[in-house]
Design a protein around this ligand. Structure first.
Ligand SMILES: [Zn+2]
Length: 294
């Protein structure tokens, strides 16, 4: 009799231990990891693949990263061609891969060679991150039904913060005269931002949506002409990108380089330690640089 009770207690104990072990959730970028952490909080075991300041376009995984991908219960990726270097390893992963861009209206770019690229920088429109939060809550709830209510609740609170963020951006960019809402950046990371808040991406140092190919001498000369003729005062450069070419173009054209956070958060104690802090930092830098210019 005693033995039976002991066995029952053991089985109960083990099963409650099993359900208490939180889902292992892996995210590719620090930006995604922050958003997933807002929703998963202490109910998940969260890790992030890319270190702070890694360029997501050029990231190649180490054997340790590949092991992490295969150990995770779920991997949240940006998708839309952002993590090209990870593609083969994601395809081989055992756990579920969720692309947060899958149901978003994506911007596209057709190159002269006829190939088509997606613009992966969807997080520069907070309304897209609201969609992310719904996808993340739903996915975590499926993986861990016991905490489904908490995931949904935190996602809905976070969406209100994102709505506030969106209104704040509208108010801030209102300080820039519409004729000065022209962005020259290291690469075309601000398409969604420009479309949402009435800017125009007039030129980039590196061609296209990525940082992986260098511009030709001709492309650099064309960009310098454009900067002069439009009177653009600033080249915005992401912290994940080597700024030397942008600095040379700035010195040729008498403009200045201003740093923004584009593909990565800062360290947690830095100025862009969360997604919302990143957007605040960038918008303030853009507003200051463009509204003060003559
Ligand atoms: Zn980028």
């Amino acid at each position: 009799m005693k033995k039976v009770v002991l066995v029952i207690l053991l089985v109960l104990g083990l099963s409650s231990l099993g359900s208490a072990s939180p889902p292992r959730v892996l995210c590719t970028t620090t930006i995604i990891s922050d958003v997933v952490g807002q929703i998963g909080d202490d109910d998940i075991e969260l890790s992030v693949l890319l270190p702070v300041n890694a360029d997501p376009h050029g990231f190649e995984p180490t054997p340790k990263d590949i092991a992490q991908i295969s150990d995770a219960d779920i991997v949240f990726i940006n998708g839309a061609d952002l993590e090209l270097g990870l593609q083969p390893f994601l395809e081989a992963a055992a756990g579920r891969i969720v692309s947060l861009s899958e149901h978003l209206p994506l911007r596209r770019l057709e190159t002269e060679g006829g190939s088509e690229w997606f613009d992966p920088h969807v997080w520069f429109d907070p309304r897209n991150v609201m969609t992310w939060s719904a996808v993340i809550a739903k996915t975590l709830g499926e993986l861990d039904p016991a905490n489904r209510g908490s995931y949904e609740e935190r996602a809905s609170e976070y969406r209100s913060e994102l709505e506030e963020l969106d209104s704040w951006i509208v108010e801030q960019v209102g300080k820039i005269p519409p004729s000065k809402r022209k962005l020259v950046t290291d690469h075309a990371a601000f398409g969604y931002f420009a479309a949402r808040y009435g800017f125009e991406q007039v030129g980039t140092v590196f061609p296209g949506f990525s940082t992986l190919s260098d511009p030709s001498a001709r492309e650099i000369a064309d960009l310098e002409d454009k900067i002069r003729s439009l009177g653009v005062p600033v080249i915005f450069v992401g912290t994940t990108v080597n700024p030397s070419l942008a600095e040379r173009i700035a010195s040729d054209t008498g403009t200045k380089v201003v740093f923004l956070y584009t593909g990565s958060l800062s360290r947690p104690d830095g100025p862009a330690g969360s997604y919302i802090a990143l957007i605040h930092y960038d918008v303030e830098a853009i507003v200051t640089a463009l509204s003060e210019a003559k």
